[in-house]
Design a protein around this ligand. Structure first.
Ligand SMILES: C[S@@+](CC[C@H](N)C(=O)[O-])C[C@H]1O[C@@H](n2cnc3c(N)ncnc32)[C@H](O)[C@@H]1O
Length: 288
């Protein structure tokens, strides 16, 4: 709930503290700005003209929910949760500290809720620009507060307040991550690598991940974040039926680039089940 993380939230316009009023139906900042809490429990924290784009559609969020609920990405979720533990250990955060884990571009909250389950008493901030994702986020775990915000803007989060940031296949703003992390905090990135879903790319006509993506992440973060570990490669085979393949494509940008009827025809031509490679790098970074 938003009340779990109110102490780390800030007015998106001026960074002043927020508090819940009228039984948490609104958040109000010290400077007097008011933000309505949606019936579904999330709050939109955007300054001025509001958000510039909408993020994942309802259909994409549904496809993501379907795919992830089948457990195909279990090794990814385990690696992220282990990374969160390692980050908290490195910072010597005591078990009693109720650390805050913020997931950026959190989608349905699949990774965040697993991380919260694995760290007793931890609190979660799930941030996404999509209101469809935020609806899921608000109910993904009893210790999550869901916020709609744009990662490319000033994050509606207090300086030095977040113990661990997780970013799974989502956009990154290294300068803002460095600002909101505690001095010993870490950001954990899971980034798709060339070869991810390789077996589907030819038959379905979807683009491969560009070469050297993880190196570019490190370069772009320079001056804000620096690696505390070497990137770890996580690679495993998945047995996917056609429904899972459709859900995987439906949750990705390819869903926007191929007409639905054409995509359905290409999927219908695939074998009933296929072995498909999942491949990504996990990287932990601390403040530079
Ligand atoms: C590929 S999905 C990953 C979702 C989740 N991390 C997962 O792996 O299940 C990318 C997510 O980032 C969100 N997103 C895209 N642009 C964003 C932005 N500018 N600010 C915040 N979130 C954004 C999308 O709405 C979407 O939920």
């Amino acid at each position: 709930m938003l009340s779990d993380i109110i102490d780390v939230l800030a007015d998106p316009a001026d960074g002043t503290l927020l508090s819940g009023v009228d039984d948490y139906t609104r958040l109000v900042s010290e400077s007097g700005h008011s933000f309505d809490v949606a019936r579904q429990g999330y709050v939109t924290l955007a300054a001025g003209a509001g958000l510039r784009h909408q993020g994942d559609s309802m259909e994409m969020v549904r496809a993501r929910e379907t795919f992830l609920s089948r457990g195909h990405f279990a090794p990814f979720v385990e690696a992220v949760a282990a990374g969160v533990h390692d980050a908290l250990d490195d910072a010597a955060v005591p078990d009693t500290a109720r650390p805050v884990i913020a997931e950026i571009g959190a989608g349905t909250g699949y990774y965040l809720s697993h991380a919260l389950d694995s760290v007793e008493g931890s609190r979660g901030l799930g941030l996404d620009i999509s209101v469809h994702a935020a609806r899921q986020l608000a109910r993904c775990h009893h210790r999550v507060g869901a916020v709609v915000a744009d990662v490319w803007e000033r994050l509606p989060v207090r300086d030095s307040s977040i113990d661990v940031i997780t970013v799974v296949f989502a956009p990154r703003n290294a300068a803002e991550f460095a600002r909101v992390l505690t001095p010993g905090g870490q950001a954990i990135f899971l980034t798709a690598d060339r070869g991810h879903l390789a077996e589907l790319r030819g038959p379905l006509g979807i683009l491969d991940v560009e070469e050297g993506k993880i190196d570019r992440l490190i370069n772009q973060a320079e001056g804000h974040l620096s690696p505390v570990t070497e990137p770890a490669l996580i690679e495993f085979p998945m047995e996917l039926d056609r429904e899972s393949i459709a859900a995987q494509i439906g949750m990705s940008p390819s869903a926007r680039h191929i007409a639905p009827a054409e995509l359905a025809a290409r999927i219908a031509d695939l074998p009933e089940t296929m072995t498909v490679t999942a491949r990504a790098h996990l990287l932990r970074m601390g403040r530079a």
